[in-house]
Design a protein around this ligand. Structure first.
Ligand code: SAM
Length: 288
């Protein structure tokens, strides 16, 4: 795999910086046809899934990314019944979404069935409930094709994509964001993963610009996730209802209590604080 040196597995995401995991064990390594998939075990992060040499998920800190990608849009919306996930093959995001009893249906559109099957086998410690939940509907398709053609409509759409290389590149285009807008009910909320602005500023600028072409409001919020090195990770937030990006703390607290969620990173206060951006990230959002 890219960046493999003896028992060290280095990420191949950035040309000038390398972050490497020491593999206590290599649990699996294959070419899926879409991606080169590797699963290793690391003392600090637990199980680490890499696609094409880029870290996707670790059992150690998946809760941060998945809680912030799910609970922020669902609790900001306040009455989400139908949720769409694009990508999300490890199904950790689906698990968090399905914790909301108010969600009546979750459609996940993933391009690579083998990532889901693989994750079902190896990441049962966090995703097992998903596969027994009859609200969960898995569609194997390209997410961009899906949002351009489906007749289904959603209250919340979450883009849990790979980085904008390979099959994931299409999920960072203006045409895809127009499709996301098309599949949302009025007042719907979309969120996107937008990488680490310290290293991937252009990705954030481009997404903010292109989301802004389809939605009345495009904003960003942040979380610190050890796996995605370089400081804050940015998440895009788009809606036609500006109030959903600025829900009062008391309202969020009431919705959180009503949902009965037990979380390790998300709190209503963290939700609001996440939209307060460090200046260099705010500048990237404004540039978009
Ligand atoms: N949390 C991760 C990160 O930020 O690095 C992303 C994890 S998730 C495993 C990404 C998923 O997006 C993968 O399972 C991949 O197969 C899927 N994917 C990539 N391109 C896609 C596309 N065009 N349509 C649907 N799913 C796609």
């Amino acid at each position: 795999m890219a960046g493999k040196d003896s028992d060290w597995f280095a990420e191949s995401l950035y040309p000038s910086v390398r972050f490497a995991f020491r593999a206590e064990r290599v649990l699996h390594h294959e070419d899926t046809g879409h991606f080169e998939l590797a699963l290793i075990e690391n003392a600090a992060f637990g199980k680490v899934l890499m696609l094409d040499g880029i870290t996707q998920v670790t059992t150690g800190d998946e809760f941060i990314y998945h809680e912030m990608m799910s609970h922020v849009p669902i609790l900001a919306h306040g009455a989400a019944k139908r949720v769409l996930i694009i990508g999300g093959g490890d199904c950790g995001l689906a698990e968090e979404v399905l914790k909301h009893r108010s969600v009546e249906g979750l459609t996940q559109v993933e391009i690579d069935a083998s990532v889901v099957e693989f994750s079902r086998t190896h990441f049962g410690d966090f995703n097992a409930p998903v596969f027994d939940d009859d609200r969960f509907d898995l569609v194997i398709a390209d997410g961009a094709d899906y949002v351009a053609t489906t007749e289904d409509r959603f209250d919340v759409a979450i883009v849990d994509s790979t980085d904008p290389v390979g099959p994931g590149a299409v999920l960072f285009t203006a045409a895809f964001y127009a499709g996301l807008h098309r599949v949302l009910n009025p007042g719907g909320v979309a969120v996107t993963q937008n990488g680490v602005p310290f290293f991937q500023k252009d990705e954030l600028v481009g997404s903010m610009r292109d989301l802004g072409r389809s939605f009345a409001l495009s904003a960003a919020y942040v979380a610190a996730i050890p796996t995605y090195v370089g400081g804050h990770m940015a998440m895009g937030f788009a809606t036609d209802d500006a109030g959903k990006a600025d829900v009062p703390l008391e309202t969020l607290k009431a919705r959180f209590a009503e949902a009965g969620l037990s979380t390790r990173y998300y709190t209503p206060a963290v939700h609001r604080a996440a939209f307060a951006l460090p200046r260099f990230i705010e500048e990237a959002v404004e540039e978009g």
